[in-house]
Design a protein around this ligand. Structure first.
Ligand code: MN
Length: 280
């Protein structure tokens, strides 16, 4: 029995600035939505004015969670304290498990033109917060795209579709689904979703309806999905959206800036390790 999820809440983004003055829209990790277990933060950035992004995100630490950077346009160069470096190009993804700690910078690899994308933070379970840092980095060409008869395209970054297309990112901890979906006008996505996963949709462009109640969602809105074992999404005009889901951890969350742990003492330890050069 297929029970499509309905919209439980629609969230508006909050204009914010982070790093060295990068303008972005904060969708998770804001006063409107503090977190959606295990998702701690979602930022959308997109501008063709260099002054909105040129400062980038100079050297900063992370501990206790994963960061996912997904670029829609432009490119971002990253470099960490262990000597790892690379450039995430348009359509590519970097899935970084910060674990016990990294110090890195994320800087635009351009001085003009459109830079657009997302950064998502996914929490790590207490058993893996101090795991060694690791990267999974994939270019657009490496990410499978499933094309359906009605023209629907599902770019499968993580998770598996019901037709069996497997995402390029491996993650057994929170079993994430991360799809970039394009629908033609009148097109539909009818998919399964693990009932115990928390899930949301963010509309990159267009206008669509969700579930049997056909709640309307427009560009820039994030919808938290309620309970069910599937999703039915129909486009009233050509649309593009992210469908993201993962297993909730149901653990205490203590967060302070770039550190997300389970207890206050662990946060204090992270700051002490960072100050004393023992974080990364
Ligand atoms: Mn970072």
């Amino acid at each position: 029995m297929h029970h499509a999820r309905e919209v439980s809440q629609v969230i508006r983004g909050m204009p914010a600035a982070d790093g060295d003055g990068v303008k972005l829209t904060r969708l998770i990790g804001s006063p409107y939505l503090d977190q959606l277990d295990p998702f701690l933060l979602l930022d959308a950035f997109g501008s063709d004015s260099p002054q909105d992004y040129i400062g980038g995100f100079p050297s900063h630490p992370h501990r206790g969670f994963e960061t996912v950077t997904y670029m829609l346009a432009g490119s971002m160069r990253h470099e960490d304290s262990a000597g790892n470096a690379g450039v995430i190009e348009a359509g590519g993804v970097q899935w970084m498990t910060a674990g016990r700690g990294i110090i890195h910078s994320e800087m635009p690899q351009q001085s003009a033109g459109l830079l657009a994308g997302f950064q998502l933070w996914i929490n790590l379970p207490s058993t893996h917060k101090m795991t060694p840092p690791a990267y999974q980095e994939r270019t657009a060409a490496e990410i499978p795209i499933e094309t359906l008869k009605d023209g629907t395209r599902v770019k499968v970054i993580a998770g598996q579709t019901r037709r069996g297309t497997q995402g390029v990112i491996e993650n057994g901890l929170t079993e994430p689904v991360f799809w970039d979906v394009s629908l033609l006008a009148g097109g539909c996505l009818d998919e399964r979703l693990t009932p115990t996963h928390n899930a949301f949709i963010y509309v990159i462009a267009g206008e669509l309806t969700i579930g049997a109640s056909q709640d309307l969602l427009v560009t820039g809105q994030l919808a938290i999905l309620g309970s069910g074992d599937g999703v039915v999404i129909e486009a009233t005009e050509a649309s593009r959206f992210l469908l993201i889901a993962a297993k909730p951890l149901n653990e205490p969350v203590e967060r302070a800036g770039p550190f997300v742990m389970n207890t206050r003492a662990e946060i204090d330890q992270a700051f002490a390790d960072y100050r004393q050069g023992r974080l990364a």
